[in-house]
Design a binder for this molecule. Structure first.
Ligand code: SIN
Ligand code: CO
Length: 379
């Protein structure tokens, strides 16, 4: 983290000793056929003018994919950690970075010559070669102009400065906006059997200031509406009033009092010092649009005391000094219950011996989350 994170690339040979691919090509293709899973197919055709790219979004029926014998195509499957336990476990190994920065694991399969072209990503990425071989070319170039009129992000000019061939188990870290291109190469194992080129991209995300502002203000406004409703039931909302307004010769001019009303409104939304942190936690843990939990609907009263608890792979849980956040919801938490919830969020699991000591309020919450499908029992 000190030397490389957000600063410079890092090549790690044999990053995970004795690594075995977590899912087969057939399993990956099955995920790409699932409409709840985001996938893309990229086909590269080289003609006289250079490379031409075609991109299609999934889901893909098996017959919708090009034949394995055809070179130069790649299938990218996003968010595999939400659908596969082993891949979810792999993502846990990258939790030396805060959860708020972790995004997902994307898995690519490529036939020889396949790749997504020279490009840059806006976020940090660990490119882990799970099987087969891929040649990476990378460059710290300043010119990040993209080609116009192509269906994917391709750099207009790419001047590779370094080149690495990654074999199964090797990993390359790239900071944001570092130009790169990975091209699949044919490879065989020690028995001469052809190996699929599969790359797992452990991807991160970082909020963009303007987008975060919009999301936070939206949340804060919602909190304000709840507050109005609490105080006065269905009573009137705080509305701009101007009994002192004089007749104006400049009807188009914004009244100064309205500008004051607007700035008071924003200040009011930020008045509670905990509100912003609360909104931030709710935003950071909100599930992505395509995420669904399987509700158990079952009640749980905390009496099943011999089992441990485990968060669902899709659950996002975080905390700050005053709150616990889970899947876009926030709770005030203090003392022993807060400690317990912090443990659950950090370890994503709780042994029975630990949660047995929780207050009835905390147990009721765990019960609600269980009913929502946000956590499970492990026998
Ligand atoms: C790939 O796996 O082919 C693409 C990963 C990337 O370049 O970000
Ligand atoms: Co990339």
């Amino acid at each position: 983290m000190r030397r490389h994170w957000q600063k410079k690339p890092l090549l790690v040979r044999g990053a995970i000793a004795g690594f075995k691919p977590l899912l087969s090509r057939a399993e990956l293709f099955r995920l790409a056929a699932n409409e709840e899973v985001e996938s893309r197919l990229i086909v590269k055709n080289t003609n006289r003018e250079g490379a031409a790219w075609r991109m299609k979004s999934g889901p893909f029926a098996l017959r919708g994919l090009p034949p394995i014998s055809k070179p130069g195509w790649t299938l990218l499957v996003q968010g595999v950690d939400g659908h596969h336990d082993g891949v979810h476990q792999l993502l846990q190994q990258f939790r030396f970075v805060p959860d708020a920065r972790l995004d997902d694991v994307m898995i690519s399969f490529a036939t020889p010559g396949g790749g997504v072209g020279p490009h840059f990503d806006s976020y940090d990425v660990f490119l882990f070669q799970a099987s087969g071989r891929r040649r990476w070319k990378i460059s710290q170039q300043k010119d990040l102009t993209l080609q116009a009129g192509v269906p994917l992000k391709i750099l207009q000019t790419f001047e590779p400065a370094q080149e690495f061939v990654l074999d199964a188990g090797d990993m390359l870290y790239l900071p944001p906006r570092y130009a790169h291109e990975g091209v699949a190469e044919a490879s065989v194992d020690s028995y001469g059997k052809a190996q699929d080129c599969m790359t797992y991209s452990i991807g991160f995300k970082a909020p963009v200031q303007s987008e975060l502002t919009a999301e936070l203000l939206h949340k804060l406004a919602e909190f304000g509406e709840d507050e109005d409703a609490d105080v006065s039931g269905s009573g009137p909302k705080k509305m701009y009033r101007d009994p002192g307004q004089a007749a104006t010769p400049h009807p188009a001019e914004l009244p100064a009092a309205l500008i004051t009303f607007a700035s008071d409104a924003v200040r009011h939304a930020l008045k509670d010092p905990l509100a912003l942190a609360c909104a931030l936690g709710e935003v950071m843990t909100a599930p992505k649009a395509q995420v669904w939990f399987e509700q158990t609907g079952a009640d749980w009263d905390g009496s099943a005391s011999v089992q441990s608890l485990m968060l669902d792979a899709k659950t996002r849980m975080m905390y700050d000094a005053n709150h616990v956040f889970i899947n876009g919801e926030s709770y005030r938490a203090k003392g022993r219950d807060a400690q317990l919830m912090h443990l659950l969020a950090d370890q994503r699991a709780l042994p029975a011996s630990t949660w047995a000591k929780a207050s009835s309020g905390a147990l009721a919450l765990l019960g609600d989350w269980y009913a929502e499908g946000w956590l499970h029992f492990v026998v």
